[in-house]
Design a protein around this ligand. Structure first.
Ligand SMILES: NC(=O)c1ccc[n+]([C@@H]2O[C@H](COP(=O)([O-])OP(=O)(O)OC[C@H]3O[C@@H](n4cnc5c(N)ncnc54)[C@H](O)[C@@H]3O)[C@@H](O)[C@H]2O)c1
Length: 463
């Protein structure tokens, strides 16, 4: 067994080959909702009976995804808007009953679990009532809206440890993000010092302008809650801690349409180890300087002393993407010089020079291992070559949204703690709430301030 130190200090071409292993037959595995072999619904045994509360944009997206996965049966849907309700009833394969009042859904004995996709200001009341009614919960991000809800939900959920509470932070379920985290654990990026994350748009669609709830502070945490929440969570995960303080500037500089929520935000989160997250969300330009600008809008750059990862989650139309830029310390670059000859057969695989070369981040399933047959190895090496030439790209075979929903069912059946659990959700909401406060008050806001806000923890200490 290599020691942790030797693992950390020895990122050689072999490591690169291991990580940049080779992919499954991604060319044929379509990463769409209808991907064959992935979304087939099996015989209905041991299904989780669930309801969807809030069937607007996200709720109906989830219903569409539920239709393609195993493990549950939608017995009820609920929305205060009759149109959204009708659409949901028609689109679920399970022919669920429709309800206007979520309390009627919570009163149904055969509903074991509820997925909550209401606007942010309605997350907590429904989540609270669902927990009190004994239901398992999946609540969309960001988990809660107000400081007092952080304390109250922590207390309530910790009093009910047998009920699953999962948050809709789907990046936690992405194989690419999980692989990036493993690379960090192996020391392949050195010490992580900075994360840059952005979600830029060239315009705001109709769900973002008045009268949409998202435009108003009374109902919404704006860009911070709706977009940054995903990426601040990624930074916490990759850095491995939670911020110490946040500062930032937000403005209503373009959309003077009656909104009171910012249309652009710039934030810096400082972590206890000195790491920083630099965050930007604007609504006037969608350029993304990552991935050689082949993508737009959103992504994260994780920067370590010995390498960088560009990463972004997939959508229904675009694959998840992750690139690794190996940037060895001068000492390692010197040590690696002797290997340059050995690397001639794969000249584009590893640069020991200026560290400017990108390697695809490959998933575990793609990595060559010693149990592979000769043919399997050859196929993987062939694909690896195609990746390096840019002919193929490694792909996640499942949308992380599907994985998060499947794992929610699994957690309900087994009691296994979700990856995006209560604390992940509450830390994320704390970051969102305090980032907005920092911009509003034009000061550094320390994360510890949350303890004194909203009436304090009220005996609701962290589990
Ligand atoms: N994880 C993600 O990537 C992701 C993506 C989009 C949205 N979301 C989250 O999902 C949530 C919903 O967003 P959306 O885009 O679907 O908003 P939306 O406005 O399209 O839909 C919300 C729905 O909730 C309904 N609703 C409001 N109050 C209700 C109540 N008391 N009972 C039942 N229904 C009620 C509304 O009528 C509406 O149909 C938000 O928290 C948002 O941040 C997450």
């Amino acid at each position: 067994m290599p020691t942790k130190a030797s693992q950390k200090s020895d990122v050689t071409r072999r490591d690169a080959v291991k990580i940049a292993g080779a992919a499954a037959v991604a060319a044929t595995a379509k990463r769409t909702l209808a991907a064959p072999g992935i979304q087939t619904v099996k015989a209905a045994t041991n299904l989780v009976n669930y309801a969807v509360i809030g069937t607007g944009g996200r709720g109906s997206y989830h219903i569409e995804h539920f239709n393609g996965i195993d493990g549950g049966r939608c017995v009820a849907v609920c929305d205060v808007d009759p149109k959204a309700l009708e659409k949901a009833m028609a689109s679920s394969k399970d022919k669920p009953k429709g309800f206007k009042d979520y309390r009627e859904v919570l009163a149904l004995k055969d509903v074991e679990a509820v997925l909550i996709a209401t606007p942010l200001y309605v997350h907590y009341p429904v989540t609270r009532d669902a927990l009190l009614a004994g239901k398992h919960v999946f609540c969309e991000k960001s988990l809660v809206f107000l400081p007092e809800e952080i304390h109250a939900l922590r207390k309530l959920a910790n009093e009910r440890p047998r009920q699953i509470l999962q948050t809709g932070l789907q990046r936690r379920y992405s194989k690419f993000y999980q692989t990036a985290r493993q690379m960090i654990d192996k020391g392949m990026l050195g010490k992580i010092t900075h994360v840059y994350a952005q979600w830029h748009r060239a315009s705001l669609g109709k769900t973002w302008v008045p009268p949409s709830w998202r435009a108003f502070r009374k109902f919404s945490g704006g860009l911070t809650a709706e977009l940054a929440s995903h990426q601040v969570d990624v930074a916490d995960w990759m850095i491995g801690s939670h911020p110490e303080f946040v500062t930032g500037v937000g403005g209503i500089d373009v959309y003077k349409d009656g909104r009171d929520g910012y249309d652009n935000i710039q934030l810096i989160f400082k972590y206890p180890g000195g790491q920083k997250l630099m965050y930007s969300s604007i609504s006037t330009n969608k350029h993304l300087p990552l991935f050689g600008s082949t993508r737009t809008e959103f992504g994260e750059m994780i920067m370590g002393t010995e390498g960088t990862i560009h990463i972004t989650v997939g959508t229904d139309n675009e694959p998840a993407t992750a690139l690794w830029f190996y940037e060895p310390s001068p000492k390692k670059a010197e040590a690696a010089k002797g290997q340059e000859k050995a690397a001639v057969a794969s000249p584009s695989l590893l640069s020991t020079g200026k560290g400017g070369l990108a390697l695809p981040v490959l998933l575990e399933k793609d990595q060559v291992n010693e149990n592979d047959s000769f043919l399997q190895k050859e196929l993987k090496f062939a694909r690896q070559w195609l990746y390096r030439k840019g002919v193929m790209v490694p792909e996640e075979t499942k949308n992380p949204v599907d994985i998060q929903l499947e794992q929610w069912f699994e957690s309900i059946r087994t009691g296994k703690r979700p990856l995006a659990d209560l604390e992940v959700g509450l830390e994320d909401s704390t970051n969102v709430i305090l980032a907005n406060l920092a911009m509003d008050e034009g000061r550094r806001v320390f994360m510890s301030e949350i303890d004194k806000m909203g009436g304090g923890p009220a005996g609701a200490k962290k589990a």
